[in-house]
Design a protein around this ligand. Structure first.
Ligand code: SF4
Ligand code: SF4
Length: 411
């Protein structure tokens, strides 16, 4: 009765224009219309919220139980929290051919891909990639490789006397540093802008949030540590029981997690190799080429091997995967990205193997073109999933430390 009285009083204040804003109460956002994919996620999560059989599988289901309705921001958040392990599809009694047709991994995959485009910066490049992602990335990589090869050919010969692995005899150090520095900064900025938009959309302030700066930083610190742990371990590719994902059928496998790890850490080792080489050059005055036993070459070689084994394994698993697990329309784009990663590592290792021969200029031009093509498309395709998923995991780690407004269980 008191609530009704309060509501009537508030309505009168509203009508009189006397309503005051309580800064601790969250302003109500206008509901945004849902796309067909978001509608499907919302429909399925309403069923899951009543069923809750899969509560222990991953972070999606505990996060779901904190909501009764699923608007645009909720579907974007939960879709990026899903790791597409497939476990909830194989466990679901309402999966097709049941009339409820519950397929969580597929519906989440469709919305997840949509978010990479919705939050892409600049939007025009996101739209271009959305229409022709596979063609854009492959054409860009091959086009840049061809352009660099022609540039070398016009200056002399693509095939030359051995230069003892001296890349800078082909492309001056300052040219490489300026071009790749600009590309790297663009990628970081574009990804940062995308994740910032995503974070602002999925993380409106919630009633019940801690309010003092000390409480806020306590929650953020612990949540950031947990999210970092979950990202680095790929915890939710364990299927909820630690035995792994479903790939082609009901059997569990940890190989999807292992291949992801090899890809991720291979990429990080290559990045570390470039960073160490930069420090050698500018801080220690040690210029390339470096010996095979030097730190930059060892890191790059290990990273390159990881980037051959990891993406090859993911490609192999993707070919064998149950088509019901994901969005078939995305397969060419996913495989195109894996192919570019493979091309990067194979051309890099080939360059290392033949750097003391007359093929170095040709191999260098091809490798640099592929790397530049890969980097320029990173913010718009499959690579972005690591960043959006990390943001979703951070939100989940923060959210679960806050009081549950619904208090309906599940945590
Ligand atoms: S996926 Fe199926 S079994 Fe799992 S919670 Fe949803 S409806 Fe229930
Ligand atoms: S596919 Fe795996 S990660 Fe995604 S919602 Fe289902 S159980 Fe969770």
């Amino acid at each position: 009765m008191q609530q009704l009285t309060d509501l009537v009083a508030r309505a009168r204040e509203d009508a009189d224009g006397r309503i005051t804003v309580n800064p601790r109460v969250v302003p109500i956002r206008p509901a945004l219309p849902l796309t067909a994919s978001e509608e499907e996620v919302s429909r399925i999560l309403q069923i899951c919220n009543a069923c809750r059989y899969c509560e222990g599988f991953c972070a999606v289901f505990p996060a779901m139980t904190r909501r009764l309705e699923f608007g645009k921001a909720d579907t974007h958040y939960l879709a990026n929290l899903c790791h597409n392990c497939g476990a909830c599809l194989h466990a679901c009694q309402y999966a097709p051919p049941h009339e409820f047709a519950v397929n969580v991994p597929r519906s989440m995959a469709e919305v997840r891909m949509q978010t990479y485009h919705d939050y892409a910066w600049p939007p025009a490049l996101g739209a271009l990639y959305r229409r022709n992602g596979l063609t854009v990335s492959v054409a860009l990589a091959l086009g840049l490789a061809l352009f660099l090869a022609l540039a070398v050919a016009f200056r002399g010969s693509l095939l030359h006397e051995p230069l003892a692995g001296d890349f800078y005899a082909i492309f001056p150090h300052n040219f490489l540093a300026a071009v790749f520095g600009a590309v790297f900064l663009f990628v970081i900025f574009a990804l940062g802008m995308g994740v910032r938009s995503f974070w602002r959309q999925v993380s409106p302030a919630q009633p019940g949030q801690p309010s003092t700066p000390a409480e806020v930083s306590a929650v953020r610190g612990a949540a950031a540590a947990e999210a970092t742990h979950d990202v680095l371990k790929l915890k939710y590719l364990g299927g909820g029981h630690g035995e792994g994902c479903n790939n082609e059928d009901d059997r569990f496998t940890l190989w999807r997690r292992r291949f992801h790890h090899m890809t991720f850490y291979g990429f990080m080792l290559c990045f570390a190799s470039t960073s160490v080489a930069t420090l050698y050059h500018y801080l220690l005055g040690l210029e390339a080429p470096y010996a095979l036993t030097s730190l930059p070459v060892l890191l790059g070689t290990l990273g390159g091997i990881g980037l051959v084994v990891g993406p090859s394994g993911l490609l192999w698993m993707s070919v064998r995967r149950d088509p019901a697990h994901g969005d078939q329309a995305q397969r060419p784009m996913d495989r195109g990205f894996i192919a570019l990663l493979l091309l990067t590592s194979i051309t890099g290792l080939a360059l290392l193997a033949w750097r003391d021969t007359g093929f170095m200029a040709l191999l260098l031009a091809v490798h640099l073109g592929v790397v530049m093509g890969l980097f320029l498309t990173l913010p718009y395709g499959k690579f972005a999933h690591g960043f959006y998923r990390s943001a979703a995991l951070l939100k989940h780690a923060m959210e679960k430390r806050l009081p549950n407004r619904l208090a309906l269980g599940g945590d």
